[in-house]
Every structure is written in structure tokens, then in C-alpha cells.
Design a protein around this ligand. Structure first.
Ligand SMILES: Cc1cc2nc3c(=O)[nH]c(=O)nc-3n(C[C@H](O)[C@H](O)[C@H](O)COP(=O)(O)OP(=O)(O)OC[C@H]3O[C@@H](n4cnc5c(N)ncnc54)[C@H](O)[C@@H]3O)c2cc1C
Length: 410
């Protein structure tokens, strides 16, 4: 096993100390405030100010410059921190390390003009407002972005946007001011050059929230997935992000680290579920035996440990590759972790639900919620099948099939 970089250990320990002292003990307060309808619970705001003061802020942005607030970490360094943040669903927000703001900030760091930086990136870095990313459309199979139909049409000094999006996470949150939308600027161009990204103020005329979508019957006030319509929405031409036709390539740049972060957080949540499984199984007895004495329980816990440690190594490898050779070269490993972690996450959540019995399907433990989130994770940021297709294609491209006849006995 390799050693984590010293900086990763130091920052992770600091984050963990703050998490244990301030975040975890306030979990019930946060839940009460969220259930009372606070879209950003008061306790979250208090903790954000404290984390910011400690410099535990914007840690998921390897391109953070010296004059931007927070602590710059590489992807590998952040991997260790993200595991701690993943233990609670809302913890990443405390440190301004949450999706979709992090991948949106990365996009802006890479492609924003000076004016876009001042208007949108800087306030996001300060945590002054939130953002959303609107790519998926209800009308078309959006795992293939070529299908997207929303249009971005130039009219003089403005672009006019028309279309319907959904699952634009966070777009209907009270704090959100920016929507980064992917749409078609030139339908006649070759497939990879048809789309562009545009920056739309959330409250621009013509942007309507149709509804917030429940996920497995769960409707959150803090984590919203709305359906939106864009009807003759007008923004200045300066709001185009990057060059016309570069939307597809920019989307790839955004998704690598975003997937990595989701995987890292999921591993942290799985660790909590393993601990809870252990605790629960030592506390209950059936047919004269403690539940942890059954081989089925031992198998559930052991397999979870094996799978999660495998996943962690895979994720660290992908993080290291993104840091050293970049997103594009690491795309096979990014797809690999996306599939592996989402499946293991779902399996471990399923085992935790089972071990908790009836309580496992209620909201009294994190297991049911984890199960629903893990199931959704097998779809968002690319469904399993699309990643498996990518892995198979890249694997085939890398392999030399010469000389294999010597292994055969025919
Ligand atoms: C909780 C959640 C949050 C999300 N957040 C966002 C967000 O912030 N912004 C955003 O734009 N979108 C978001 N999404 C949408 C998500 O990215 C899309 O759902 C995903 O890309 C799949 O697109 P689709 O739903 O149109 O499914 P489709 O493209 O219609 O695919 C449906 C199914 O078809 C099958 N399939 C597709 N392609 C293949 C293939 N190549 N081989 C074999 N089978 C295939 C798979 O089983 C796949 O699951 C979110 C989704 C969820 C559930």
C-alpha cells in the first residue's frame, strides 16, 4: 500500500477533527431545520463560516489560485478528505466542496472570461450563491448528448435559449443564481461540435421551474432535482462559456473530477454503513445467537470491507492519474471507478438495510437513503452501461492481440 501525501494526511486530520467536533454532533439539528423547510439550514450556515475561517474551504479545486479563498489540494489529496465529507450527506456543503458547485467552478476556472470570472466564479468560490448544470432533457435519451434538443440561437448581441431540461440538480434551490446550460448552437455541425455551454441567470425571464422531482418518493428541501423550461430566454453573447461548439469537450472536462468526487464520498458513506452493520449485529439476538455470530452477517461485513478497500485503491489510482496525466488519458479509470463504486455502494447499502430489518427501510438510519442514492448513482454521471461500453472500447484499443495463439491448445 502506498502512503498518502503528507499534505493529504494533515488536511484530512484537520477536517476530521472539525467534522467530529462540529458537524456530526449537529446532524440532528441540521435534519430538524431541513425538515422544517430551511433550504440552507441555519446550522449549515454557521458551520460554513467556521470552516471558512479555518481555511477548510474549496479543497476540491486543484486549480485554486493563491488569491482565491481556501486550501488547494490535488485530486489525490482531496480523495482522503472527501471520504470524511461523504460520511454525512450535507457535510460537503459546509466546506464548499459540494456538487454541482465544485464541477461548475472547475468549468469556470478552465473556460470563463475575466468578466464571467468576476460575475460567477468569484461569488461561487466565496460561497455567496449556488449553481446548477442543465444538460439532461426529459424528451431524449440524454446519456448520448448528441440527442439534446435545447437550442441556443444567436440574435444580434444576444443568445436565445429554448428547451426543456430536468434533473438540473440544485437549480430550484433558493440560493441558486447560475445555471450552466448545454444546448445546440449548430445542428448542422459534426456531432461533437453541435453543442455549446451558456451561463444563464437563474431568475432570467423565461426560466420556469415546472416541478421538483421526487427520487424514490423522497422529496428534499436541500437537494432538489427540478424540471425546467426555457422559453425565449435571452442572455448577452458574452454569456457563452468557451467557444461555440465546444460544449461536448467542455462537458468531458467537467465530468472527470465530478465522478471522482462522488465516488470518494460514496466510499466514506460505505464506511459508516459498515460500522453501523457491525454495531447493529452485536446488539441483537435471534434464536439464541447474536446476529454477528451468523456466517451470513460475517459475510456481509467481510465482503463489504473487501469491496470498499478495492474501490478505494481504484479511486486513488484514478485520482493520481487525473493529477499526473489528465482527465482525458484517465478516462478508462474514471469509467471504471464510476461503475465499480456505484455497484459496491448499492450492495453495501442493501446489506445495511437487510441487517437493520424493518428499521432499515425507515429514515431512522442512513441505510435506506444510501440505497436510494446508490441506485440513482448507477444512472447519473453516465449509466453503468455507457461506462462499460467506454471501458470495453478503450480496453480493446490498448490491447495487442498478437501472439495469443501460443496460449491456445487447439
Ligand atoms: C439524482 C440525479 C441527479 C442528476 N443530476 C443531474 C444534473 O445535475 N444535471 C444534469 O444535466 N443531469 C442530471 N441527472 C441526469 C443524469 O445525468 C441522466 O439521467 C443520465 O445521463 C442518463 O440519461 P437519461 O436519464 O436520459 O437516460 P437514457 O439516456 O434514456 O438511458 C436510459 C437507459 O438506457 C440504457 N442505455 C443507454 N445507453 C446505453 C448503452 N450505450 N448501452 C446499453 N444500454 C444503454 C441504460 O440502461 C440507461 O440507464 C441526474 C440524475 C439523477 C437520477
Amino acid at each position: 500500500m502506498f502512503e498518502l501525501p503528507a499534505k493529504a494526511i494533515a488536511v484530512r486530520d484537520e477536517v476530521e477533527a472539525f467534522f467530529n467536533a462540529r458537524v456530526l454532533p449537529n446532524n440532528k439539528v441540521w435534519l430538524q431545520q431541513a425538515h422544517a423547510g430551511q433550504s440552507t439550514p441555519e446550522i449549515e450556515q454557521t458551520l460554513r463560516a467556521e470552516a471558512r475561517e479555518l481555511g477548510l474551504w474549496n479543497m476540491a479545486l486543484p486549480r485554486l489560485s493563491e488569491n482565491e479563498p481556501g486550501t488547494k489540494l490535488s485530486n489525490l489529496e482531496f480523495a482522503a478528505v472527501a471520504e470524511v465529507l461523504g460520511r454525512l450527506e450535507w457535510a460537503s456543503r459546509v466546506f464548499n466542496c459540494h456538487a454541482p458547485d465544485v464541477p461548475n467552478m472547475e468549468l469556470l476556472q478552465l473556460f470563463a472570461t475575466q468578466q464571467q470570472t468576476e460575475q460567477w466564479l468569484n461569488p461561487l468560490l466565496e460561497g455567496e450563491f449556488g449553481s446548477a448544470f442543465a444538460m439532461t432533457e426529459p424528451g431524449v435519451a440524454s446519456s448520448d448528448p448528441v440527442n439534446l434538443e435545447t437550442t441556443i440561437v444567436r440574435d444580434g448581441d444576444e443568445y436565445v435559449i429554448n428547451g426543456r431540461k430536468w434533473f438540473a440538480s440544485n437549480a430550484s434551490h433558493a440560493n441558486t443564481e447560475l445555471i450552466i446550460l448545454v444546448g445546440v448552437t449548430d445542428a448542422k455541425e459534426k456531432k461533437s461540435k453541435r453543442q455549446s455551454m451558456i451561463l444563464i441567470p437563474r431568475h432570467a425571464a423565461g426560466v420556469e421551474v415546472v416541478r421538483n422531482l421526487p427520487v424514490f418518493e423522497h422529496q428534499s428541501v436541500t437537494n432538489l432535482h427540478p424540471e425546467l423550461t426555457f422559453t425565449d430566454v435571452r442572455v448577452p453573447v458574452e454569456n457563452l462559456l468557451g467557444q461555440p461548439g465546444e460544449g461536448f469537450a467542455m462537458g468531458q472536462a467537467r465530468l472527470g473530477p465530478a465522478r471522482l468526487h462522488h465516488c470518494m464520498r460514496a466510499i466514506g458513506e460505505c464506511e459508516v454503513l459498515i460500522s453501523l452493520m457491525l454495531k447493529r449485529s452485536t446488539e441483537r439476538t435471534t434464536f439464541g445467537k447474536r446476529v454477528d455470530e451468523y456466517s451470513s452477517t460475517q459475510e456481509a461485513i467481510s465482503l463489504s470491507r473487501i469491496e470498499i478497500d478495492q474501490c478505494r485503491l481504484l479511486v486513488m489510482q484514478a485520482a493520481h492519474l487525473i493529477d499526473t496525466v489528465g482527465n482525458k488519458v484517465a478516462r478508462k479509470q474514471i469509467s471504471m471507478i464510476k461503475v465499480a463504486v456505484a455497484r459496491v455502494y448499492q450492495q453495501i447499502a442493501d446489506r445495511a438495510v437487510q441487517l437493520y430489518g424493518a428499521k432499515g427501510v425507515t429514515d431512522d438510519t442512513p441505510a435506506a437513503r444510501a440505497f436510494a442514492k446508490a441506485r440513482a448513482f448507477r444512472i447519473y454521471d453516465g449509466p453503468d452501461e455507457v461506462h462499460l461500453q467506454t471501458i470495453a472500447r478503450l480496453e480493446a484499443g490498448e490491447q495487442s492481440l498478437d501472439n495469443l495463439q501460443h496460449y491456445l491448445y487447439e
